[in-house]
Write a protein that binds this ligand. Structure first.
Ligand code: 3NM
Length: 518
């Protein structure tokens, strides 16, 4: 039987999953739906009962031409003539299992680290069960939650030695995150071959429909929101398109749903209005199911985190991801406290962000650099030089398959390949609270109205914003932060009005953007 790992069903015999139903009947429904491989996993039943169930399961899987593997128990696999086994790190060593099983038996091994993966490949594993992807109630004694970043690191490390080894991810995968899991785990030369699922099929009310939905999602390319026009043009050619993009955006009057901090909510709403977007402020996660239908962007800004924030962010993130609308993540104060560092982990595991925007320390924290500290939510002194910041933006963007904007006196924007440095703006921006947060909202508006080239969209929004700040600061009546704010809103509005009329003269010669070659 050919090994097809794409929709890999792992069974579970606990009452919470079976809910009084028959295990074999659920597996048969899942096979009808399109499951491509089945693993019988039963940590509790007696050996005799396991053999009986395995035998019944094998009759069913054979009828569908699908291999049956047995978790941990080589003896049971031999007793029923199953096609192979799956071995955890604490189970029988693969070398011993190989001696006991027929030569063509399929042997899968759990791997949570590069070392475990390499060892399993060297010992001749046919496939790796890589995980735990996300924390899951189905198995609470998991050793490490590695997420898409950890999975990608393993795929990358084995892409030379393990070209032919199969790979599936396991842990907390469901129909709303499966495409993202595959997309974000992708290493340059190796991708996942499939996903291993317990509860999202076994506990589903309709296991056949659930399996069919997984089969559809795994085989279709991820939603068009992630596919981008290739950035083939150079920076000068990109900049030429900026005024048209700004005109397009102000005409579209995009909606931005802000889950923003209370310190800056009013200022950010005024910036959005001045630059031609329509702001909605809502921290109520359940509302996002309706709000996302207006097809705007979501901005998640963690500046005034409370004990209730994270579940609300996660609900909204899911609603916008399912709808395919852009989400901006502004991890304000990400490195300041243990709770905020935990919030980063939860949010990064909870969904896809089209743009991650933050200052140097926030971006370092999201990247997972160790020992990042932050006093309050201010940016604080820099520890990276210009190339270090550019590299950090690029590496995070590359790993997450998204855009990263690292803000500061110079801003660095990257899509994982290219990095541009933007030197526009004015130091008075640094004297007014909320000017960084508003960039998240502006970016959200631009991503909504110009989704086909997100890099250009974010760059255009940033330039409109920072050139408006320069124009405001140059007014002779602007004496400091207080008089700067109204002037800044006026200048955003002035650019918006010019852009609406197709007057691009305000932009001529103003952009201070250059590409960084790393
Ligand atoms: N093994 P669900 S996680 C059986 O990390 C199993 O090795 C894991 O269940 C590992 O799809 C897991 O319901 C349970 O989240 C996965």
């Amino acid at each position: 039987m050919k090994l097809n790992l794409s929709v890999y069903l792992v069974t579970d015999s606990t009452p919470a999953i079976l809910k009084g139903r028959d295990l074999c009947a659920i597996v048969e429904q899942a096979l009808k739906g399109g499951v491509t491989i089945v693993q019988y996993r039963d940590k509790k039943s007696d050996t005799g009962a396991q053999i009986e169930t395995a035998r019944k399961l094998h009759q069913i899987t054979k009828a569908y031409g699908v291999p049956l593997l047995i978790n941990d128990r080589v003896d049971i696999a031999l007793a029923v003539g199953a096609e192979g086994v799956h071995l955890g790190q604490d189970d029988m060593a693969i070398e011993i299992a190989k001696k006991l099983l027929p030569e063509n038996a399929i042997i899968g091994v759990t791997a949570a680290s590069i070392g475990e993966a390499q060892k399993a490949i060297a010992a001749g594993a046919n496939y790796l069960g890589i995980g735990t992807m996300f924390a899951t109630p189905t198995k609470t004694n998991t050793k490490s939650i590695i997420g898409t970043a950890g999975t990608q690191a393993i795929l990358d490390a084995i892409s030379d030695t393990g070209c032919s080894v199969g790979t599936v991810s396991i842990g907390g995968i469901n129909t709303s995150n499966v495409q993202r899991v595959i997309y974000q785990s992708r290493a340059p030369r190796k991708s996942l071959d499939g996903v291993a699922i317990v509860s999202a099929i076994m506990a589903a009310d309709d296991p056949q429909a659930a399996a069919a939905e997984f089969a559809r999602l795994v085989s279709s390319s991820p939603s068009s929101v992630w596919s981008q026009e290739a950035l083939t043009v150079d920076t000068a050619a990109l900049l030429k398109q900026v005024p048209q993009v700004i005109q397009e955006v102000v005409k579209a009057h995009p909606l931005v749903h802000n889950m923003i901090n209370y310190v800056v909510a009013n200022f950010v709403a005024n910036v959005a209005l001045s630059m031609g977007a329509s702001p909605i402020m809502s921290l109520y996660g359940d509302e996002a199911v309706d709000l996302c239908k207006f097809d705007g962007a979501l901005v998640i800004n963690t500046g005034t985190l409370t004990s209730e924030s994270i579940p609300n962010y996660l609900k909204a993130l899911k609603a916008y991801n399912v709808r395919g609308n852009p989400v901006v993540y502004d991890p304000v104060g990400a490195a300041a406290t243990g709770i905020r560092r935990g919030a980063v982990t939860q949010l990064m595991a909870g969904g896809y962000f089209d743009l991650i925007k933050g200052n140097e320390r926030e971006i370092c924290q999201v990247f997972g650099s160790s020992g990042v500290t932050q006093r309050g939510v201010d940016s604080g002194p820099s520890s990276l030089d210009s190339h270090g910041k550019a590299r950090m933006a690029r590496d995070l963007a590359r790993r997450e398959h998204t855009l990263v904007l690292l803000t500061g006196a110079t801003d660095y924007l990257s899509d994982g390949e290219r990095v541009v440095a933007v030197e526009n703006g004015h130091e008075l921006l640094g004297q007014v609270t909320g000017t960084g947060c508003a960039v998240g909202t502006v970016s959200g508006g631009y991503l909504t109205a110009h989704p086909k080239n997100k890099f250009l969209a974010v760059l255009a929004g940033l330039l409109m914003y920072e050139i408006a700040a320069e124009n405001a600061a140059s007014k002779d009546y602007v004496r400091g932060p207080g008089s700067f704010v109204p002037a800044f809103l006026d200048e955003l509005y002035a650019i918006r009005q010019a852009a609406l009329k197709g007057d691009h003269s305000w932009f001529a010669g103003r952009a201070k953007v250059h590409e960084i070659n790393l």
